[in-house]
Design a protein. Structure first.
Length: 265
């Protein structure tokens, strides 16, 4: 999946740039705080009109049950905390009605400060030491890294915050059919990947239990079968990945080493 690979590379670069600024001013959004002390973890989703996420119209089948595709994010977040004595309460919206529609901003280009000022206007909750809130915003247009628009960036995680932006037009462009299986899984796996960075993977706040950082590519995992890998081997492999997950009964995208970093923190 060519677009996805480019995304992973660019995200690590943009994260680095963002981190050197002072955008993340809420001390409770530092990984080390919220990850170890959170008793609840809530994902809030918002979208510009006309750029809504795939929701109840797109489902996955698991053990005979039909679930919203957002079950993928839900299960991947839950997997990170397995084995702890107290599990945080994880809340992920499954229906469009549980996500917040905001007016179309009619912007073709979004810098990090544009994204953060939108967050300050529309975000409802801020993280505290015990309650972590992620804010995932679906936008039209493209990410701008401060010098240029990046036509193939699907998502960004703003360093030092729990704000994640997904560029819906780019998601749709990853398949011949905008509502097809590839864009759907690209969307979910991008959110899982970006929340992984925000939670501290790989070696981005969460110490590694065993060495598995792909040093040449920033905070990414060296396992090609892990969602935190910086690239996949092309579109046909991504389709195979999607089919494998849809039939395997498991939708967990992290590999064991990423899971261990989270579970042992
Ligand atoms: Zn990444
Ligand atoms: Zn991994």
């Amino acid at each position: 999946m060519r677009l996805l690979l480019i995304l992973f590379l660019i995200v690590s670069c943009s994260k680095k740039d963002v981190r050197s600024s002072s955008l993340g001013t809420n001390p409770n959004e530092k990984t080390q705080f919220y990850f170890s002390t959170a008793t609840s973890l809530t994902v809030e989703v918002a979208y510009e009109s006309g750029h809504e996420p795939f929701a109840e119209g797109t489902t996955i089948t698991q053990g005979g049950n039909t679930n919203s595709i957002w079950q993928i994010l839900d299960e991947n977040l839950n997997a990170l905390f397995q084995g702890r004595s107290t599990l945080p309460v994880i809340t992920v919206p499954k229906k469009l009605a549980d996500m917040k529609e905001i007016p179309d901003q009619s912007k073709t280009s979004w810098t990090v400060s544009d994204i953060m000022s939108l967050a300050s206007r529309y975000r409802t909750n801020q993280s505290t030491q015990t309650h972590t809130y992620f804010w995932v915003i679906f936008l039209g247009g493209h990410f701008n890294d401060g010098t240029q628009d990046l036509a193939t960036t699907i998502g960004v995680s703003v360093g030092g915050t729990t704000v994640i932006a997904i560029f819906k037009d780019v998601v749709n462009s990853t398949g011949n059919n905008p509502g097809g299986i590839v864009p759907r899984y690209v969307e979910q796996s991008t959110i899982v990947h970006e929340i992984g960075h925000a939670l501290g993977l790989v070696n981005n706040g969460l110490p590694m239990q065993e060495s598995h950082q792909d040093d040449a590519h920033g905070h990414h995992c060296n396992n090609p079968n892990c969602v935190m890998y910086w690239l996949n081997e092309g579109k046909s492999d991504m389709i195979q990945f999607a089919i494998r997950m849809s039939t395997s009964g498991s939708v967990i995208m992290w590999d064991q080493k990423c899971l261990e970093d989270a579970r042992k923190f």
